[in-house]
Design a protein. Structure first.
Length: 491
């Protein structure tokens, strides 16, 4: 049986899942990486190449057969070559009674005085720690164990060349945690039948096996697709023999479910007041019909500003960056789409923010303190961050914060939908909103924006940005359609 450092990555990314390991081993077809994942892979490779270029002398053993590369790695280490690129380390170990070949390819072996080596990997991630990227820590420790098995001594250090450009030391535990993880991975590989793993919207949405697991969960009426039933609760309920939505409804009154204990971190916790919401969602999914709980609390205004931001996470920028601030007035008729776009230079982030404040100020001057309608807390969180980052001339952003209207909690508190998620994309499809773009989504927009930043041809860049602007505008239109739909609901 063959295992590698990449097996650890497959286990933890995009979310920890043993079923994914089993499906890969069985040869189940996996969807190809999306545009954003492809961009991350390319940027990671470029990040690695830039670090490679900082070394004056490198032995590159990235090509050749596995046997040749293992042999050459040993040869170059014995010669104390200053830097070895793409070394192949390999060792055998009996796991669960099975002889397993374990391998790893660290990006760099960097020689230190005394003949020992630093093991270093380039990672585009900016936060290198156990909480954010456990898979990176485990991979590095596995490299350390492989090196120790090969050369009879531990590495001088384990290091990550992070996305910030910093060299981050990783503590070496002798490989204990990594080997324990490989034990678990091997158990999933050896299974003859697929293990149960609860689906979850955020857990599964970016996984290559989404189209394999979700349709099956829906067909089986799996309790995991009920909004509010998390993975720990799903497993606890299944321990009681409750596997389907219908069984959940048959097995509990609201009071009984409120008293049910579910895992919560290292402890347990009663379901409590969430019981009423969960059972209501289950009834909606069973009937296929929405349940109106109360009249949606939409304040009455003549005009509303639909408001949506597009941003890059911190792993692709030194700080999280909003590159598009989208706004559009809606009333009886659709107003002009207004977008503030960050510039592509060093001051682009500030320019985008200041342009947003100018354009938002103009809206407030013309329409007064109208609601800025958005979906979820992303907009609120990032306005606050940008106030701290660049300030708030004339308190325009503070006025917007006061006027924010988040439709997500209003929807959740008003209507139980027969849906597994209250994502705007899911809700808009449910009520019949149609987009004009074949490809769209936050990850798609980020990938397109990164493409635009790398373009020198201004015409090409403008074409790509127009695609992103169209996506953002349709987000605003979708939000308006959902708002109107909510206003039509009466309890």
């Amino acid at each position: 049986m063959k295992l590698s450092a990449s097996s650890i990555y497959s286990f933890f990314r995009p979310s920890e899942c043993g079923l994914r390991i089993t499906l890969k081993k069985k040869g189940i077809e996996e969807a190809p990486p999306g545009p954003y994942e492809q961009v991350l892979e390319r940027l990671g490779a470029e990040h690695e190449k830039r670090h490679l270029a900082t070394f004056p002398s490198v032995v590159d053993i990235s090509s050749g057969t596995a046997e040749e590369r293992v042999s050459q790695t040993k040869k170059e280490v014995s010669k104390c070559s200053p830097v070895i690129y793409q070394a192949l380390l390999r060792a055998n170990r009996v796991i669960e009674g099975t002889e397993s070949e374990i391998s790893g390819v660290p990006d760099f072996l960097v020689a230190e005085d005394g003949g020992s080596y630093i093991i270093r990997d380039s990672k585009i991630s900016r936060r290198i720690n156990e909480k954010d990227h456990r898979e990176i820590i485990l991979q590095m420790c596995l490299y350390g164990w492989l090196y120790e098995q090969t050369f009879g001594q531990p590495p001088h250090k384990l290091q990550v060349h992070s996305g910030t450009g910093d060299i981050v030391d990783v503590p070496y535990d002798g490989g204990a945690a990594a080997l324990e993880t490989l034990d678990e991975i091997l158990r999933f590989q050896l299974l003859t039948s697929e293990p149960y793993s609860p689906v979850g919207w955020s857990k599964c949405n970016s996984c290559g096996f989404y189209n394999y697991c979700w349709p099956r969960a829906q067909k089986n009426r799996d309790i995991a697709i009920v909004a509010g039933v998390d993975q720990g609760m799903t497993c606890a309920l299944r321990g009681r023999g409750i596997e389907t939505i219908e069984q959940l409804l048959e097995s509990f009154t609201e009071e009984e479910l409120a008293d049910f204990s579910r895992p919560w971190g290292k402890k347990s916790r009663r379901v409590g007041k969430d019981a009423a919401v969960i059972l209501r969602m289950a009834r909606a999914m069973t009937s296929g019909k929405e349940i109106v709980i109360q009249t949606p609390a939409i304040p009455a205004y003549t005009n509303y500003v639909m408001f949506d931001l597009e941003g890059l996470p911190s792993q692709l920028d030194e700080t999280e960056k909003i590159y598009l601030w989208g706004m559009q007035i809606f009333s009886d008729k659709q107003g002009k789409y207004i977008a503030a776009v960050a510039g592509f230079g060093e001051e682009g982030d500030r320019q985008g923010w200041e342009d947003f404040l100018v354009k938002a100020s103009s809206i407030l001057s013309e329409y007064g303190d109208v609601p800025f309608v958005h979906w979820h807390h992303y907009e609120k969180d990032h306005i606050k961050k940008y106030i701290e980052r660049f300030g708030d001339h004339e308190s325009i952003a503070e006025r917007i914060l006061t006027n924010l209207l988040d439709l997500l909690p209003i929807t959740q508190e008003s209507i139980a939908l027969p849906l597994p998620s209250y994502s705007l994309k899911v809700v808009e499809q449910y009520i019949g909103f149609k987009r004009t773009q074949y490809e769209y989504g936050g990850d798609w927009a980020m990938a397109k924006y990164i493409e635009a930043t790398e373009m020198e041809d201004e015409k090409q860049r403008a074409e790509v940005m127009n695609e992103i602007l169209k996506y953002n505008q349709e987000d605003l239109e979708a939000t308006w359609v959902v708002l109107q739909w909510l206003k039509s609901k009466v309890s």
